[in-house]
Design a protein around this ligand. Structure first.
Ligand code: NAD
Length: 499
């Protein structure tokens, strides 16, 4: 049966444009069906979008912060009213469960709420009488045209990490979403238009490498926010900074969860299953490696394997949330095969698969991209499975004798996004949080991803740049400081009023 494809237009200078050139298929991962064709824009579309954003900048910059904030109060209301449609679009093009789509879109909504507070976020500092009769103040001013380039795994949340705050700070914006999940971005753009965002202030261009390269080298682009895999994050950072842009580039991850022998096992099993298998493991904060210390392995693994085996995999594109499975598909057939090959490489190098989801099938969706929850025990640091980001529902288990070795194992990773410890010992937790090499740390929290008011603080190969996404660091990223030093001549102020 041929399906009607969902339209996927660009949004440039306030116009919705459906080009006729090259496209890339957008799948419903639950069924394997093509649901849309994403236009692959090039230099022409990017140049038009940047020109539109540049033209809109002077008026938007002059719009008082309280008025800009009002657009986001309205946007917040519209996003909330259309929350179900947003979450259904996320599940349809990405494959997350409806509950996961809601959870992540809610994180996005909180970023809109944070942006609504922009008048207070843009306060500067003042120092009266810096020297005799001289005062000093700082202003935070917008940069101009800013850009967001986003990954497939959070179609609503990651774009919302970027454009509400960038715009509220007085910049204009060009969003280039992942060509695998462009439809949620179209919906978010439609709602922003309805919220009264002026023409050209926000632009949406679809595409791949050519689009990205044009954005990175365009002389009118001032700053680039990127979220995606590590090799591309590094490329974006190097190319963007070489062309004089501010860049914040979040990369991939490998997050270690240390389980001490005294951990609360039922609660740890629950948290670890969610951390490893939630969103089918396709999140940069996935707890992808469990590091058991001493006897923790014997206490933990039997119930963890049982928990993995009962995770129900199925389609997430069904209308009734009640019929939702525990876990949806991964993004594409190629990605599923890559994950399976990585697990096979672990087996070949001596690790043991103790829960095997590789044969998962969904009877009413035989062409969907499914994998079940998988646990691989006896993983060693030198194995490919230990070094590469898997980005699927696969949990590695590494066994260590003591906390020192567990921390050393986590710290040997090239990445530095998240890390967590499960323990009842304050001393162990304190030692861990002090010494672990990761930007976001959980203590009895499996996914310590930060919320809108805190920066998303990846380290090492999980982040390239200086100022992180979200929170006050993001306000600094999207503004430039001006310091004003003032002196007035003539001491006889009273005369002015007499005249
Ligand atoms: P990706 O790097 O393949 O793509 C990200 C973006 O870059 C997309 O918009 C894509 O079109 C573009 N892109 C891809 N190849 C490019 C190239 N050669 N040149 C220029 N642009 C290119 O990432 P993905 O597969 O969409 O997303 C998954 C990755 O994102 C994982 O590694 C995950 O850990 C990471 N991620 C990181 C965070 C974080 O905050 N650290 C959050 C979410 C996802």
């Amino acid at each position: 049966m041929t399906q009607t494809l969902t339209p996927c237009p660009h949004f440039i200078g306030g116009e919705w444009l459906t080009p006729t050139g090259a496209t890339s298929p957008v799948f419903n991962p639950s069924t394997g069906d093509v649901i849309a064709e994403c236009p692959i824009g090039g230099a022409a579309e990017v140049n038009a979008a940047v020109e539109a954003a540049q033209a809109a900048f002077p008026a938007w910059r002059e719009t008082p912060a309280v008025e800009r904030a009002r657009v986001f109060f309205k946007y917040r209301q519209l996003v909330e009213q259309n929350f179900d449609a947003i979450c259904r679009t996320v599940t349809r093009e990405h494959g997350k469960t409806y509950a996961e789509a809601r959870g992540s879109a809610f994180r996005g909504l909180e970023n809109i709420e944070y942006a609504c507070g922009v008048p207070s976020l843009l306060f500067g500092d003042t120092l009266e009488n810096l020297a005799r009769g001289v005062d000093c103040e700082t202003l935070l001013q917008p940069l101009g045209v800013t850009v967001g380039i986003t990954p497939f795994n959070f179609p609503a949340m990651v774009p919302l990490w970027m454009f509400p705050l960038a715009l509220a700070c007085g910049n204009t914006f060009v969003l280039k979403p992942s060509e695998k999940v462009p439809l949620t971005a179209v919906l978010l753009a439609q709602l922003l238009e309805q919220a009264g965002c002026p023409k050209g202030v926000f632009n949406l261009v679809h595409g791949g490498r050519e689009c990205v390269d044009t954005l990175l080298t365009h002389p009118k682009v001032r700053a680039v926010s990127f979220v995606g895999s590590t090799p591309i994050a590094k490329y974006i950072y190097e190319t963007g900074t070489r062309h004089g842009k501010r860049v914040q580039a979040n990369g991939g991850a490998k997050n270690y969860i240390v389980i001490m022998p005294d951990a609360d096992i039922p609660k740890t099993v629950e948290a670890l299953s969610t951390a490893a298998f939630g969103c089918a493991g396709e999140r940069c904060m996935a707890g992808s490696t469990a590091v058991t210390v001493g006897k923790a392995a014997e206490r933990l693994l039997p119930s963890l394997v049982e928990a993995a085996k009962v995770i129900k995999v199925g389609r997430t594109d069904q209308p009734a949330p009640a019929s939702q499975p525990d876990m949806g598909p991964v993004i594409t057939a190629q990605h599923r095969d890559r994950v399976m090959n990585l697990v096979a490489s672990g087996e070949k190098e001596g690790a043991k698969v103790i829960a095997d989801g590789r044969s998962a099938r969904v009877s009413d969706a035989p062409r969907g991209f499914y994998l079940g929850a998988t646990i691989v025990d006896g993983v060693e640091a030198n194995m490919t499975l230990a070094r590469e980001e898997v980005f699927g529902p696969v949990l590695n288990v590494m066994r260590m004798d003591d906390l020192d070795s567990a921390i050393a194992t986590a710290n040997a990773s090239a990445f530095g996004n998240g890390a967590a410890i499960f323990t009842n010992s304050g001393a162990a937790a304190r030692e861990f949080k002090h010494r672990v090499k990761a930007g976001m740390v959980g203590i009895n929290v499996g996914v310590p991803a930060t919320m809108a008011m805190f920066p998303f603080t990846g380290w090492d190969d999980s982040f390239y740049g200086d100022l992180h996404i979200q929170g006050r660091e993001a306000v600094q990223f999207y503004t430039q400081q001006k310091v004003i030093t003032t002196r007035w001549f003539g001491g006889d102020v009273g005369d002015v009023w007499k005249k």
